[in-house]
Design a protein around this ligand. Sequence first.
Ligand SMILES: Nc1ncnc2c1ncn2[C@@H]1O[C@H](COP(=O)(O)OP(=O)(O)OP(=O)(O)O)[C@@H](O)[C@H]1O
Ligand SMILES: [Mg+2]
Length: 508
Amino acid sequence: MVARITTVAFQGIEAVPVDVQVLMTPGKPVFNIVGLPDKAVAESRERVHAALHASGLALPAKRITVNLAPADLPKEGSHYDLPIALGLMVAMGAVASDAVAEQVVLGELSLDGRVTAVAGVLPAAIGASAMGRGLICPAPSGAEAAWAGEDLAVIAPDSLIALANHFSGYQVLSRPLPAIRSGADALPDMADIKGQESARRALEIAAAGGHNMLMVGPPGAGKSMLAERLPSILPALSPRELLEISMIASIAGELTDGKLTDRRPFRAPHHSASMAAMVGGGTRARPGEVSLAHNGVLFLDEFPEFTPQVLDSLRQPLEAGETLVARANHRVTYPSRIQLVAAMNPCRCGNAGEPGHSCRRGPRCAADYQARISGPLLDRIDIRIEVPALAATDLIHPGESETSAAVAERVTAARSLQRQRYAGLSKVRANAQASADIIEEVAAPERAGVRLLEDAATAMQLTARGYHRVLKLARTLADLDGAEIVARIHVAEALAYRALPLELKAAA
Ligand SMILES: Nc1ncnc2c1ncn2[C@@H]1O[C@H](COP(=O)(O)OP(=O)(O)OP(=O)(O)O)[C@@H](O)[C@H]1O
Ligand SMILES: [Mg+2]
C-alpha cells in the first residue's frame, strides 16, 4: 500500500500541491527519494532516518521509495522532511492514514526528532485553506499559519512525538494564535531634519503618490537622512498589502517567530549587491530586494556605485510591478510594486557644482560618474531634486521643523483620495502605479495646464513615459491640495521636478 501525504512546492509566492508517496516493499533495505529533489531534499533522507529513530520509530529493513509527484516540478528546500517522515509513519502503521488525508504538511526535522521552522508557511497555509484542507507545520511557524484564516485548522507540533501524541489523542495540540510585531522601536522622525525645505516637500510628494525619487547633492547634505525618514510618513498598510508583503517575507524566510510586521518594507541594499540579491533567483529561487520591498521603499544609496547591470535589472520590475526570474527549468514571478528612492553625489569627489568648488578633473568627472545611470532608468524617476549643502546658519539656528506625524496626515489624506479613485482596480493603489490610459483620464489638466504641458513636452523632449509620469505627479500635487482638477500650477511644479538637476543634464 502506498501512503500519501500532501505538501507544497513554491512557485513565486504561490504554493503548488505536491503529493508525497511512500512505498515499503520487501527487499534489500534501501531508502530512495525520487521526483526532481534538490540537494536539501535529497539530504532529507538522513534527517528523517535519524529523527524517526530518535522518536523511537526505527525504519523497518525494507525497500523504501519516496516519490514526490508531479515529478517534473522542481522540489527545493528542507520542508519535505516532515511530510516524508509522516508518510513513513503512516506506512509503518504508527499513524492512521485518514488522520493525515485532509492535511497539507510541511516542516524540517532535526536529528533529535524536533520539528524546526521553515520558510513559506504563510503561503502554504493560504494554499491549504484554498484546497479546503488543514495544515501541519512547525511550532515556531504556527503563529504565521494562523493568519491564513480562522477556518483553517492548524496543527503546530514541536516534535514528531508531539505530533504522534496528537493523532493518538494522548495530548491534543491547540490551534496557535496569529501574532503581529507592532513597531516597538520608533522610526526616525522628520523633525530631526534641519532646513532642506524643498527636499522635505519633495519627500512628502513622493510619499503621497508613491513616486520614484532621486536626490543629488554633496556629502553630508542629509540625503540618506531624508530617505530614512520616508517610512515615517508613508500611509498605513491595508490588510491585503500586509498579507502580500508577509507572503514574500515568509518565502524568503524573513519572518522571525512567525510574527507578521505591520510596517511598510524599507530595503536599503548595499551597492555591492549582486543581480541575484537585487531581483531574486540564484541556485534556490528566492525573492530579491525589489520583491522584499514590495508595497514599500527600495532605497539605493550611492546610486551610481551599483553595477550598471544591477541597476538596469530594475527597469522591468519598476515598469511591470513584478519580477520575472527565469531559471534553467522553470520561471517564477514575484510581486515587486516598489517606490524607488535613490541618492547620489554629483561626482566621485562629491562636490561638483557647489559654489566655490573647483576640481582638477573638471566636468568630465561628473559626466563619467553620472553616465553610470542609464537614460531609461532615469526616465522612470518622476522626482529629481538637488539637495544642497546645508548653510551653517540653518544648522546652528534652525527653524522649527515639522514632525512626521503632521506630514503623514497630509499624505494619508491624499492617499485616501487615490484609494477612492482607483477602488475598482486591483493593481493600482497610488497615482504612480496608474496605467497611461487611466492617468490620461483622471489627470486631464485644465486648459492652461495642457498648453504648458505641450510647450514643455517639446522643450524638454519628454518621452511618452515622461509625459505620463508628469501627469501622474501633477495628479498627486492636486491631491495634496485637495483639488479635483489638475491646475496649471500643479503641472508646472511636476515639470520642475522632472527637469534634471543641472549636472545630470550632461549625462542624460
Ligand atoms: N539637514 C540636516 N539636518 C540635521 N542634520 C543633518 C542634516 N544634513 C546632514 N546632517 C547631519 O549629517 C549627517 C550625515 O548626513 P547624511 O548621511 O544624510 O548625508 P548624505 O547627504 O547622505 O551624505 P553622503 O553623500 O556622504 O552619503 C547626518 O547624520 C546628520 O547628523
Ligand atoms: Mg548618504
